[in-house]
Design a protein around this ligand. Structure first.
Ligand SMILES: NC(=O)c1ccc[n+]([C@@H]2O[C@H](COP(=O)([O-])OP(=O)(O)OC[C@H]3O[C@@H](n4cnc5c(N)ncnc54)[C@H](O)[C@@H]3O)[C@@H](O)[C@H]2O)c1
Length: 330
């Protein structure tokens, strides 16, 4: 029985990782370390509450004593570190929490993992650490780190600390950097659920600036499968870029989703651009495809269709988020 520690497993991607791994492999036990932040939603992993293969431990990763308790609870074959403050807009209005959670929190986990020992430490990062691209090219693993927002700067800082723990102490770290994710269970403040939920409620859909910012989209389960492949086949000390070669402007995404829901484009409402808004991201995932034998299972067209349908079918999930009732689950 492999023992995995997942941080941030009540969130969007961490909970998908827990579902994916427990469905895919029998001989696994997952400990989920999370905290009642606004982004942590117990509904996301509710089906596992009674499972013998799942344990939840309320843990603030920015608190050294909490993290020590987590590692005293058991030994782990692998740590999958998802927990983070993850919303760029919040990092612009309240940057300090991003330093506390993403930098200090990652440090405490690395430090505890070094002292207690772990089989692998998979550090989940983002393509945003590379900064913004012009009209051409894509980010490779050797692109310079040029983060532009407090969010991406805090993630880049955590990447560097993870690298240092690998180089200095030999901690078996593997870092993954993924492009924008979409899919079921994403907190409504992010672009795709905002578009879907506002459209479903006939509310205006806010689009930053001219709507021509480009993102490279990947279905969340494909991201999770790439992370699993990095654990199984990745080389220690390496960085793996994860992306689906699906570049789209924000306004294209809005129009596609409105079309899927049969809603009018008159719902589109252009709003003042985000401060320092990165114009374009694009990932070169060649190394990940080659070394990890991974490629996305879903195209953007398929994934978006299924995602829209999921939000249509799971109204009670998002109504509990919008009303705040999901927090009663803590
Ligand atoms: N969403 C994306 O498109 C994307 C793309 C690439 C990488 N990532 C990275 O993937 C990871 C997960 O992203 P997400 O979209 O699922 O984020 P999310 O905001 O949905 O989830 C983050 C989780 O971390 C938990 N958390 C926050 N502070 C904590 C603390 N102090 N202690 C313990 N837990 C804490 C939250 O409660 C939540 O459950 C992040 O590290 C993010 O940088 C996200």
């Amino acid at each position: 029985m492999k023992k995995l520690l997942v941080t941030g497993g009540m969130g969007f991607i961490g909970s998908c990782f827990i579902r994916t791994m427990l469905n895919m492999e029998e001989a696994l036990h997952i400990t989920n370390a999370d905290l009642p932040t606004y982004a942590g939603n117990p509904d996301n992993v509710k089906p596992y509450d009674e499972s013998e293969r799942y344990t939840f431990l309320k843990t603030d990763i920015s608190n050294a004593a909490d993290v020590e308790r987590l590692f005293q609870h058991g030994s782990y074959d692998a740590v999958f570190h998802f927990a983070a403050e993850s919303h760029v807009d919040r990092s612009i209005s309240h940057p300090e929490q991003f330093v506390v959670t993403n930098v200090l929190g990652t440090f405490h986990l690395l430090e505890a993992a070094r002292r207690h020992g772990v089989g692998r430490f998979i550090h989940i990062s983002t393509d945003e650490v590379y900064g913004a691209l012009g009209d051409e090219g894509s980010f490779s693993e050797s692109s310079p780190l040029e983060p532009n927002s407090p969010y991406s700067a805090s993630k880049a800082s955590s990447d560097l600390m993870a690298r240092a723990y690998m180089k200095t102490y030999g901690l078996p770290v593997i870092t993954t950097r993924c492009s924008n994710n979409y899919g079921p269970y994403q907190f409504p403040e992010k672009l795709i659920p905002t578009i879907i939920l506002n459209a479903l409620q006939d509310k205006p859909i806010p689009v930053y600036g001219d709507g021509l910012h480009i993102r490279d989209w990947l279905y969340v389960e494909d991201h999770c499968l790439a992370i699993a492949a990095a654990w199984k086949r990745g080389r220690i000390g390496e960085v793996y870029n994860i992306g689906g070669h699906e570049e789209k402007t924000n306004i294209e995404m809005v129009r596609t989703i409105l079309g899927l829901l049969n809603k009018p484009e008159s719902l589109i409402s252009y709003v003042t651009d985000r401060l320092g808004h990165d114009r374009r991201y694009a990932i070169n995932p060649d190394k990940t495809r080659r070394e990890l034998d991974w490629k996305p299972k879903k195209t953007l067209e398929q994934g978006l269709k299924e995602t829209v349908q999921w939000y249509v079918d799971n109204r009670s999930w998002w109504e509990r988020v919008l009303s705040g009732a999901y927090r009663e689950g803590w």
